[in-house]
Design a protein around this ligand. Structure first.
Ligand code: SAM
Length: 355
């Protein structure tokens, strides 16, 4: 959505936009692209294989072909390139972790009213389990594995020797930075279950040998340093303004003089904080899943960084369509002459967000 709804027809179209997502989700629930695999199927043969009605499947397949997941030729259907790869569990390029997260989000979003009433995440009384964390971390890897190399190619580290991927999850970004910077050493900081996934991902990359692992809750404990660069990607939105400001102070204490904190997130860019639409809608996810998260304007985050003691804060403009978020990178520099602070000295109250 790029502009506000002004007519009833536009309102109806916006509300009815659920139709195609429901069709796509039905295909995912049936794991249809995996079953179709590399074959061409008639509807009746595929209906038998999937144990569904021919009538239902005929209408589903026609719509999936209209949407581009399947290709129709006469009475036969086969997978499109997307269906045969990212959505096919038997293909090496399967992005199942992320597909599963997308599937579960539908049900979660249908519970939005609960969060609006209480102001709390829908499952606020369910603790973060290692199993859930592991699945979420794979989802993050499958979400970013294509864009991380494109983004990190454009974020120049200027000869930095060390990088901390703070809340780095599967380490997909850390690995992409390592691949572009042969003299860099990187550390991924996250919870234990996430770091287990990061180790598995790193084992499949040559540059994974230059990656190390830091299990730490950075809202509760100081961040050990010093690092030349701290990469804080897609974490800002999980936390409240106060929590983020405390994290910025900890990050500054963990940076070498002249070091940089680089933040990637879904920033709002207009004066009233409404656009881009994706960033506004992402705040709804944060209402559903976190206790204090939200999306923020680039201007307010720049102010928090200045208040935390960073000497210079800039937006980094990188080539469009390769960004995780549109115009979503801020670079905050620590002063060269900063008095050396011990990371252990900065303490702030803990926080309990589950994303
Ligand atoms: C949305 S994911 C982003 C992963 C990755 N940075 C990316 O851009 O794809 C947020 C990550 O931050 C981690 N995280 C959030 N709060 C944390 C905390 N207090 N201590 C350690 N890790 C945390 C989560 O476990 C998760 O892996």
């Amino acid at each position: 959505m790029s502009r506000p709804i002004t007519t009833f027809d536009e309102f109806r179209d916006a509300v009815s936009a659920y139709r195609l997502p429901v069709v796509l989700l039905a295909a995912l629930e049936l794991d249809l692209c995996t079953v179709v695999g590399n074959q061409t199927w008639t509807v009746s043969a595929l209906a038998k294989e999937l144990r569904v009605s021919e009538r239902g499947l005929a209408i589903l397949c026609r719509n999936l072909a209209m949407a581009g997941l399947l290709i129709k030729k006469g009475t036969g259907y086969k997978n499109s390139r997307l269906g045969a790869t990212a959505l096919n569990a038997n293909h090496a390029a399967y992005r199942g972790g992320y597909v599963d997260l997308i599937k579960s989000h539908w049900g979660d979003w249908c519970r939005l009213q609960e969060s609006i009433r209480t102001g709390l995440p829908i499952d606020h009384d369910v603790p973060d389990s290692p199993d859930w964390r592991r699945r979420f971390t794979w989802a993050m890897h499958h979400r970013t594995l294509e864009i991380a190399p494109a983004i990190t190619a454009q974020v120049k580290l200027g000869g930095a020797g060390t990088l901390l991927d703070l809340g780095g999850g599967p380490g997909t970004y850390a690995l992409a930075f390592l691949a572009h910077n042969p003299h860099l050493r990187a550390t991924v900081c996250d919870r234990d279950a996430a770091l287990d996934v990061a180790r598995e991902v790193a084992a499949t990359h040559k540059s994974g040998r230059r990656l190390s692992y830091l299990p730490l809750d950075f809202t509760k404990e100081p961040i050990p340093g010093p690092y030349d660069v701290i990469w804080y990607s897609n974490v800002l939105h999980i936390y409240s303004p106060e929590d983020n400001q405390a994290i910025f102070r900890r990050a500054l204490a963990a940076l070498a003089p002249g070091g940089r904190l680089i933040i990637q997130d879904a920033f709002l860019h207009d004066r009233e904080g409404l656009f881009p639409a994706d960033a506004s809608l992402f705040a709804v996810s944060m209402l559903l899943f976190t206790k204090g998260g939200d999306t923020y304007s680039a201007a307010e985050v720049k102010r928090w960084l200045g208040d935390a003691g960073f000497s210079q804060v800039k937006s980094l403009h990188i080539k469009k369509s390769t960004e995780d978020w549109e115009d979503g990178i801020l670079v905050a520099s620590a002063s060269e002459s900063r008095p050396k602070m011990s990371a252990r000295r900065t303490r702030s109250r803990g926080s309990s967000n589950s994303h």
